[in-house]
Write a protein that binds this ligand. Structure first.
Ligand code: ZN
Length: 156
């Protein structure tokens, strides 16, 4: 490991302990050249999760996209931002638990609907009615936003 101070590759580990609830190893290192001390972390590398869209193309799993989708569906409903965040956490956990490297956007939509049904009927119906037609988060999102923008104008 290169020393961040003198850039010599001559550090040694002087202390090693579990960190982040055993999800990482924290190592204290000392440069044998200049004596500078620094810390490194060792973690399991998680493979990037890819979402297969309806047209067969793939994109990286994106929490924000799901969050925006459910927030659009839950617009003007009594749902807190914590509830939205928890929903997305739960969906992400379910996806990660499958242990796959690729998942269809339809499957993610199914997880979202499962959770949304427990939170708010109206948001669930909004999400489900549009999502079932598209089966694709990206085009769904676009339609949802257009629809909400239109409704917003009608209400004003
Ligand atoms: Zn050094």
């Amino acid at each position: 490991m290169e020393c961040p101070n003198c850039h010599q590759n001559a550090s040694r580990v002087i202390d090693s302990r579990p960190s982040d609830e055993n999800r990482a190893i924290r190592r204290r290192r000392e440069c044998e050249n200049c004596g500078f001390r620094f810390t490194t972390f060792e973690r399991v590398e998680t493979a990037p999760l890819l979402v297969i869209k309806n047209d067969g193309t793939r994109e990286p799993f994106n929490r924000k996209k799901i969050l925006h989708g459910v927030m659009a569906a839950g617009q003007k409903r009594p749902i807190t931002s914590e509830q939205f965040e928890h929903l997305v956490d739960d969906v992400e956990n379910k996806v990660r638990k499958l242990g796959v490297s690729e998942i269809t956007s339809k499957k993610i939509g199914d997880f979202v609907m499962e959770d949304l049904a427990n939170i708010d009927d109206v948001a669930y119906i909004r999400f489900a009615s549009i999502y079932r037609e598209f089966k694709d988060m990206s085009s769904f999102m676009k339609t949802m936003e257009d629809m909400m923008a239109k409704r917003g104008k009608e209400n004003n």
